[in-house]
Design a protein around this ligand. Sequence first.
Ligand code: HEM
Length: 326
Amino acid sequence: MECAIYKHSSLFLCCLVLLSPLVFCQLNYMFYDSTCPNLTGVVRYNVWSAISNESRIAASLLRLHFHDCFVNGCDGSVLLDDTSTFTGEKNALPNKNSLRGFEVIDTIKSALEKACPSTVSCADIVTLAAREAVYLSGGPFWPVPLGRRDGTTANKTEANNLPSPFEPLQNIIDKFITKGLDINDVATLSGAHTFGFAQCFTFKSRLFNFGSKGKSDPALDSSLLQTLQKLCPDQDDSDTKLAPLDPVTTNRFDNMYYRNLVNNSGLLQSDQALLGDNRTASLVLNYSKYPFLFLRDFAVSMEKMGRIGVLTGQEGEVRKNCRVVN
Ligand code: HEM
């Protein structure tokens, strides 16, 4: 009996030694438990405070995480400023005058540098801030595996290739698949458009001259069409005005996005396309009927997105200032 235990425990130790490089190079839920025990509290307080100041910032923080993960993996590269010798991602087309939340990440980083210097990566801060933003807006909570390291490079070309509201759904699906996600993740993560805003130019083509045929998009509800035509008249100077992605519960993270799609009230063409494609339509209908199904699946897809191309172990670095490499 003793021998059996001994045999098993030595086998266990042996496995641990062999596997340790693998184990320690993966994300894990307790990564900062001893090195920065107040991490979650600091992030939550600062995200809460930012939302109290401006509710839209929750949506902006979630989008920041998406744009980080889809370019060079979730490595905080989206946070790097351009310099005379460094080209970051902030001036890529989908990000310029559009991506927000950088100051909130800076505030959190400064607080954490005081509490636990050179410990928490900017990539992990963005991931946690996105989770808190969703949770504090009424959405689901999910545990976030941690230990991402910060990249030392950025990729403006890849940032220019982020999914666009003007491209066919199939292109968007292909882009998600390249990142290790699938078609269901496209339908589920698009539910992020249940809060936040979009500029008129991102959907204006649907309002006046859809497909260059001189009419509006037939897949757009007529009363929403009227509202949007008033908000975004057919002149260039209305391009940067803002419309809520979900006009019904604008700042709340719920399943209203899918209920809107069912009512032909999706704002972006790429949103409404999810109802028009028979591979995604059933999920849209189910989410519109069963809010908890959406909230559960969203949490699962977010964890998946948060693992895209992460740097771990000795890779990359832990930046001291999220805007510049050390
Ligand atoms: C599926 C492909 C996607 C496309 C084509 C797309 C496109 C867009 C566009 C055009 C905007 C408005 C930007 C502006 O007007 O400045 C926007 C906003 C937003 N997107 Fe997406 N998006 C996609 C997926 C996602 C995903 C996966 C997430 C997060 C998980 C996300 C979260 C958001 C949020 C929260 C906003 C509002 C941001 C704010 O108000 O600051 N999007 N998206």
